[in-house]
Design a protein around this ligand. Structure first.
Ligand code: FES
Length: 249
């Protein structure tokens, strides 16, 4: 016999005058292959058209459907209900601005992150539209591919104790992003220049090492490895700058 599932879902529309945060329950019978994404759509289509949540791809690519499911940040489209108990609590991701119910604004957070960490190739080479493509060493390309798999869902930020208490911390996703450019031979920034950007407590040295980000990343990116890589480089750059007599703020 199929299980009865009860979904206890956070409801609150900050744009609706007088609305109050509350939990609302919906119940229906589980069926084969049910994901949280399908469950939420069923609730919205058949029980409550006002329920707000985000999705685009349904395939763990766009990163839009991240939410707290039974206390853990997860992608709704990648979470099968069969792996959860019959009572499922769903909350929006913390840290990000709430739009309504389960929908949060990760876009502004990630845009600010890209600007803050200067997430683009820095080069003095002049752009030549006729230049032939330059082949990258396979090993380096594979290394860069790891951090590039980030879908910017915000799960690592939501689960990070530092990001939850310090709004300027760039989180595992930010450090992962910076390490991607550090590995890229086309980026001509020196370690000292990177140090200016992430050699501080809002960057590579802000992590307190609980590593929930690495445990809960839906894409299983080795965030610990990226953090260790960026930290080693920034620690060496900091020491070099100090020996050179540069005042580090
Ligand atoms: S809908 Fe795109 S990651 Fe879930």
């Amino acid at each position: 016999m199929a299980r009865q599932l009860t979904f206890s879902i956070f409801r609150y529309n900050p744009n609706k005058p007088g609305d109050k945060p509350r939990m609302q329950e919906y119940t229906f019978e589980e069926f084969e292959g049910l994901t949280m994404f399908v469950a939420l759509n069923k609730i919205r289509e058949e029980m409550d058209p006002t329920l707000m949540f985000d999705f685009v791809c349904r395939a763990a690519i766009c990163g839009s459907c991240a939410m707290m499911i039974n206390g853990r940040p997860r992608l709704a489209c990648k979470t099968m209900t069969i792996n959860l108990p019959s009572r499922i609590t769903v909350l929006p991701l913390p840290v990000f601005k709430l739009i309504g119910d389960l929908s949060v604004d990760t876009g502004t957070w990630f845009r600010n992150l890209q600007v803050k960490t200067e997430s683009w190739i820095h080069t003095n080479k002049k752009f030549d539209p006729n230049a032939l493509e330059v082949r990258m060493d396979n090993k380096i390309a594979e290394q860069i591919y790891e951090p590039e798999r980030c879908v910017e869902c915000g799960c690592c930020v939501a689960t990070c104790v530092t990001a939850n208490i310090r709004e300027d911390f760039i989180g595992a996703t930010g450090i992962n992003r910076v390490s991607r450019f550090m590995m890229d031979p086309r980026d001509e920034r020196s370690d000292a220049e990177y140090y200016e950007v992430v050699g501080n407590e809002d960057g590579a040295f802000g992590c307190v090492g609980l590593m929930a980000c690495a445990d809960l990343c839906p894409m299983e990116i080795p965030l610990q490895t990226q953090l260790a890589y960026a930290r080693r480089k920034m620690a060496a750059a900091g020491l070099k700058l100090q020996f050179a007599g540069v005042k580090i703020s």
